[in-house]
Structures are given as C-alpha cells and as structure tokens.
Design a protein around this ligand. Sequence first.
Ligand SMILES: Nc1nc2c(ncn2[C@@H]2O[C@H](COP(=O)(O)OP(=O)(O)O)[C@@H](O)[C@H]2O)c(=O)[nH]1
Ligand SMILES: [Mg+2]
Length: 201
Amino acid sequence: MRINNARYVISAVKKEQYPCHHLPEFAMVGKSNVGKSSFINSVTNRKKLAYTSSQPGKTRTINFYSIDDKFYLVDLPGYGFARVSGREKSRWATMVNEYLTLRDNLRLIIHLLDIRHPPTRDDLTMYEYITYYNLNHIIVATKVDKISRSKAKANLDTIKKHRQVSDGILIIPYSSQNGQGREKILEIFQQNYNNLHLREK
Ligand SMILES: Nc1nc2c(ncn2[C@@H]2O[C@H](COP(=O)(O)OP(=O)(O)O)[C@@H](O)[C@H]2O)c(=O)[nH]1
Ligand SMILES: [Mg+2]
C-alpha cells in the first residue's frame, strides 16, 4: 500500500462527533509520549499531520485522519500520564471506552509500547481490555532507534512474555525517526483493508 493523501478530519470527545462514513478505521492506543502522533506522521510521511510534543498528556481528544479516502487512522488520547486528576482519568476512560466498544468502523487496534521499557501496569490493563473485548490488534514497539539491536531483541522477548503473545499477535519494532517497520505497517493496513472487502461480499 502507498499513502498519497492524508488529511486531518475532526477531533471528537463523544460519539455524536465522530465522522460519518463507511470506511474502516485503524486506531492507535498507548501511553502518553509513546509516539502515537509521531507514528501517524511517519506512516503518512507528513511531518506535522498529527501534533507531536515532548510534553506528554496534551492530546485529550480523539483525532480522525482520512487516508486516501480509503481508511481512517484514529489517534486516541494517551493513558498513564501521572499528573492528571481522578476526574480527568475517568473522562479519559469514558472517551476511549465509548470509541472502542461502540465504533462499528473499528477494524484494527494498534497498541503502541515503548521498546525501551517493560510494559507498564497501564499497558497491561489496556492489553487485558483489548483481549477481553476480543478486538483485532497488533503491537508496535516504538523508538527502536534509541536502543541497540541486542537490547531491542531482549526487550521484544520481555514484551512477548508479558503479553503471552503466543497466539500469533504481531509485534513490529518501529522507528518514526528512520522509518524502520513502516513497510510492514503499510502491508498490515493493506491486509486489513482487503479483509474488510472480503467480508462485505
Ligand atoms: N527517537 C525517537 N523518538 C520518538 C519516536 N517516536 C516518538 N518520539 C519522540 O517522543 C516524543 C513523544 O512523541 P509523540 O508522538 O508526541 O507521542 P504521543 O504522546 O504518543 O502522541 C516526541 O519528542 C517524539 O519526537 C521514535 O520512533 N524515535
Ligand atoms: Mg500525541
């Protein structure tokens, strides 16, 4: 798959604000600062499509991006930002839960984990949620350019163990900095796009 034209469509905090269309959506989840916005910029080859920041916890909306009018990438607000109130946390949970459980267009969840660290408690909670609702997902291990190859391999093994990824769930090491993993991601987008068409027939 090639991406020629990516555009920001809308930001939503509740389902009434989601865009109305019949295209598949691939949604990103992960902790604040894991690299969700950078991932969107890098796969679409656009430097500033999604807002990226070194200040975590800034994205508090669900952001929809249309890709070649074929599918949508959806940037969900990040979790695990320590300095937010209980109220803010429950607002986050309501928003993300509503999208993940009610959005019919959702075809694939891309769960981003920082390859440099073992999964956090919040990462594991999100994983349990994804498997509980039996949602189609892959894992993207971000910032692979920041560690050595041997450390990356060891940390991927740790992720596999934590997540009991014996059931063929894909884990893709990724770098928004140098594009490692990008081709694989585009392949997966293509597959999920094709699957949808098969289902419709
Ligand atoms: N070296 C490197 N830095 C990254 C990568 N992905 C994200 N970052 C940096 O990590 C910080 C947070 O990224 P961002 O995309 O805003 O995270 P988000 O909160 O999950 O949307 C920014 O300073 C990015 O430049 C990556 O693959 N490699
Ligand atoms: Mg972001």
